[in-house]
Design a protein around this ligand. Structure first.
Ligand code: GAL
Length: 440
């Protein structure tokens, strides 16, 4: 067997990603809590991973001991600003301690300012449908950045604005559960405005800041490559899902299949590109999906599927994503702000992890500036409308007892982080089934 190691550049960031509502517990001040109370989710977030009660400390210890040198976490707006005219200094201090906790453990914090949740008072004012949100978001961002700037220079304004808008306003799986493509695009435009305002505010407060957002990027292929209809549907869906934010940032114009909005203030407002990649879609024409512009999507029949079929293991899709990123924004650093798979018994995760890390290494060897990788996620957490049915953690969690149990993938990832690379020997031990693919 050949012995080899895929080595990464010095200073590469290896971490995991989390978000406030999914780990904190007791977030009764946001719109997701109400959505859960209304019975729209499989389970409720409840106590989640009890990070608000202090368990972030033990989990940060786990991450640090496992060789991770970075961590991405998010701030809960509804805790920082529980009422439009009230700022909670204790909550702000809590997040400052978390940022400091990473700093003290020698880990680089990447802080997300908005990850799907909104204060209930904001929802009552029309949420992201109203342009008034832009100034409110900026005020909140200023407050947080002022408080955390001693420990944080890497900021992510908004997580997956495309998923927020499409799930909340097209599929209806997220609150407010509407089905209105036009409104989705209005929300998206306001998110772009808010991102641009936050970008400038953060730089005003902190000159050395590096500011970006996290794009959920879905590479797509037409189901029947020969079919003009499938190809057209692929193009439409690709544009609708992926392109609104990137087009606004490249050209100052938000382009989508249903709207074209001039947003000159957004042009150039990113210092790095954050990419969340999970899987690649196969797209086709479906007459029964008028609300989605007659497009439908799925995975190939022989795909390597996760527990609930939510994710297909298609590592080449990550390579295609990085290629798109490097060609669209030459010279802009790229961070993989999320990548991971749900897998309760950890039979698939080791190969998913190894195969995706391999694709990152391939990309770096084309001199594409990938600077970090954040696995989703550290400990099993609350997965939105899918509740606790999906287990993405390197550590398993029993939400009742709060007991954490290390999965083999945590060890594999620890070896990758410590070695700053992936070796044939690791693959032979953790996922020999892909040995031939990775080390032919
Ligand atoms: C992403 C999202 C995360 C997490 C992950 C896995 O879209 O940003 O919050 O839920 O998917 O489902």
């Amino acid at each position: 067997m050949p012995q080899a190691t895929f080595r990464f550049p010095r200073g590469f960031l290896w971490g995991t990603a989390t978000s406030s509502h999914q780990v904190e517990g007791g977030n009764s001040g946001n719109q997701w809590w109400l959505w859960e109370e209304g019975g729209h989710t499989l389970h409720r977030s409840g106590r989640a991973c009890e990070w608000w009660n202090g368990r972030w400390k033990e989990d940060f210890d786990r991450a640090a001991e496992a060789g991770q040198n970075a961590h991405r976490f998010s701030i809960e707006w509804s805790r920082v600003q529980p009422k439009p005219d009230r700022w909670d200094e204790d909550a702000i201090e809590h997040y400052r301690q978390m940022a400091r906790g990473l700093y003290d453990r020698g880990m680089t914090p990447l802080v997300t300012l908005h990850h799907f949740t909104d204060p209930i008072w904001l929802t009552e004012q029309g949420g992201w449908e109203q342009e008034g949100v832009v100034a409110r978001f900026e005020a909140y961002v200023r407050r947080v950045v002022e408080a955390l700037k001693d420990y944080v220079t890497l900021w992510c304004t908004i997580n997956e604005p495309n998923v927020y808008a499409l799930s909340g306003y097209v599929s209806g799986a997220f609150p407010p559960g509407k089905h209105d493509l036009k409104l989705a695009m209005q929300v998206m435009a306001n998110m772009i405005r808010a991102h641009a305002a936050a970008y400038r505010a953060i730089h005003q407060i902190q000159r050395e800041a590096r500011v970006g957002y996290a794009l959920h990027y879905r590479p797509m292929v037409a189901r029947r490559a020969w079919s003009p209809l499938d190809r057209l549907m692929r193009a439409l869906r690709y544009q609708g899902v992926n392109m609104a934010f990137p087009s606004a940032i490249s050209e100052g114009v938000m382009r989508s299949p249903v709207a074209k909005v001039r947003l000159p203030e957004a042009k150039g407002t990113q210092d790095y590109l954050g990419i969340n990649y999970y899987s690649q879609d196969t797209v086709w024409f479906n007459l029964r999906k008028p609300g989605e512009l007659f497009t439908d999507s799925g995975f190939p029949k022989d795909a390597d599927l996760s527990d609930t079929g939510f994710i297909a293991n298609i590592p080449e899709g990550l390579f295609a994503t990085l290629k798109w990123a490097a060609h669209t924004y030459p010279d802009l650093p790229i961070l993989i702000t999320e990548n991971g798979v749900e897998d309760a018994d950890d039979h698939m995760r080791p190969r998913y992890l190894a195969q995706h890390v391999h694709q990152v290494w391939r990309a770096i060897n084309f001199n594409w500036p990938v600077k970090g990788y954040f696995y989703w996620t550290l400990v099993d957490n609350f997965e939105w409308e899918r509740g606790w049915s999906q287990r993405f953690g390197l550590w398993a969690l029993d939400p009742e007892t709060q007991k954490r149990t290390r999965r083999p993938s945590a060890d594999l990832y620890a070896e990758i982080c410590r070695e700053n690379g992936l070796s044939s020997e690791m693959v032979a031990r953790y996922c020999p089934e892909v040995m031939e693919k990775l080390f032919p």
